[in-house]
Design a protein around this ligand. Structure first.
Ligand SMILES: NC(=O)c1ccc[n+]([C@@H]2O[C@H](COP(=O)([O-])OP(=O)(O)OC[C@H]3O[C@@H](n4cnc5c(N)ncnc54)[C@H](OP(=O)(O)O)[C@@H]3O)[C@@H](O)[C@H]2O)c1
Length: 320
């Protein structure tokens, strides 16, 4: 969808009530969406896997568990909401929770939102999601997009690539490794592309499109496209390290990632993630102008001291 079409969608805004539900409002992207909604005077409930967590800035956000196994309770936590902003997804299968589980959970969530009378869903997907993909992440995302489209909810589907921001894991950990080690792996030829979007731009888009009534899907990407090698080089140059980029095949990268994972007590990178990256899937192929405006290069300059100063663990964030 072009920027002018987004403009038309936003001018048609219709809120039944300024009450919304955000999944993961204490997480990464969901936190930015929630903050923007709160700034506009909205009241918010978050659905989360960490229902003991509280809003650090007071009691602005009501909290409810996901309750995927209790649709009646899930429906109750959605009642009275105008829009559901969904960020829920899993990065990789772990402890018996697979992408198929996540798809089933989201079908339960969509159906609960319909029963609760929610008007609209703003769903965060990924660029180049496809039901034909052999990668469970991208295939599962496409299955959820289908479920969103087939639902009775008015909807906006946002398809980001890599989302950069202070709390991001991927880019932060690339920077951490660059700071720590004299060598840095580049999987394959490193020519596959990445079109990162700033988390604040994604949140702005989500909130703007939440206010519309039009059914839309768009690639939520930023203004700059890098090859993976260029992106890693840019991070290294900006943080001022001279790590040598070495080309390794994905199999060897997996061995290195597993060894690092043992020391860090984390899953550093999965084979599917390497395959997703090297398959040129993290770039928009829509031909539309990018809706994100923040330059990754400029953001890097402004956040150079923070980026990669410590390792960020996916398992700590979601499993411990
Ligand atoms: N980060 C990126 O670079 C990127 C790139 C492309 C697409 N996306 C998509 O953007 C959306 C938001 O991503 P994010 O990085 O901002 O995610 P996040 O905040 O870390 O997590 C989003 C939500 O999913 C839940 N969740 C995540 N992993 C889980 C797990 N293993 N088990 C149970 N619940 C889990 C979180 O639960 P809690 O509420 O308990 O924390 C939170 O509610 C996702 O749909 C993701 O696929 C992200």
């Amino acid at each position: 969808m072009s920027s002018s079409a987004i403009g038309i969608a936003i001018r048609n805004r219709v809120y039944m009530t300024n009450k919304h539900v955000v999944t993961g409002a204490f997480g990464y992207t969901g936190k930015y969406i929630a903050e923007r909604l709160l700034e506009s005077g909205a009241s918010i409930t978050t659905l989360t896997g960490h229902p003991d967590q509280r809003d650090q800035r007071g009691d602005r956000i009501a909290v409810a568990p996901f309750n995927f196994d209790n649709p009646a309770a899930l429906t109750r936590s959605l009642e009275g909401a105008d829009t559901l902003f969904n960020t829920y997804w899993i990065r990789f299968a772990h402890r018996g929770v697979t992408h198929d589980t996540a798809v089933a959970n989201l079908k339960t969530l969509i159906s609960a939102a319909e029963t609760a009378g929610v008007r609209r869903i703003v769903h965060v997907s990924i660029t180049n999601a496809s039901v034909d993909s052999n990668l469970p992440y991208f295939r599962g995302k496409a299955q959820v997009e289908d479920a969103v489209r087939k639902s009775s909810l008015s909807h906006a589907i946002l398809r980001p690539t890599v989302i950069f921001g202070r709390e991001d894991i991927l880019l932060n950990n690339i920077a951490w490794m660059l700071r720590k080690f004299p060598f840095h792996p580049i999987f394959g030829d490193g020519r596959y592309r990445v079109q990162p979007i700033f988390v604040g731009d994604l949140a702005r888009l989500a909130v703007e499109l939440g206010e519309s009534r039009n059914d839309i899907a768009l690639d939520a990407v930023g203004p700059e496209v890098y090859t993976y090698r260029e992106m890693v080089n840019l991070i290294a140059t900006t943080i001022g390290v001279r790590s040598r980029l070495i080309r390794i095949n994905p199999g060897l990268a997996m061995v290195a990632s597993r060894v690092m994972g043992l020391f860090l007590r984390d899953v550093v990178l999965t084979r599917d993630e390497i395959d997703g990256l090297t398959s040129d899937l993290l770039v928009s192929k829509s031909g539309e102008p990018p809706p994100g405006s923040t330059l990754f290069s400029q953001w890097l300059d402004e956040n150079v001291h923070m980026l990669g100063s410590k390792y960020t663990s996916e398992l700590n964030r979601h499993y411990r």
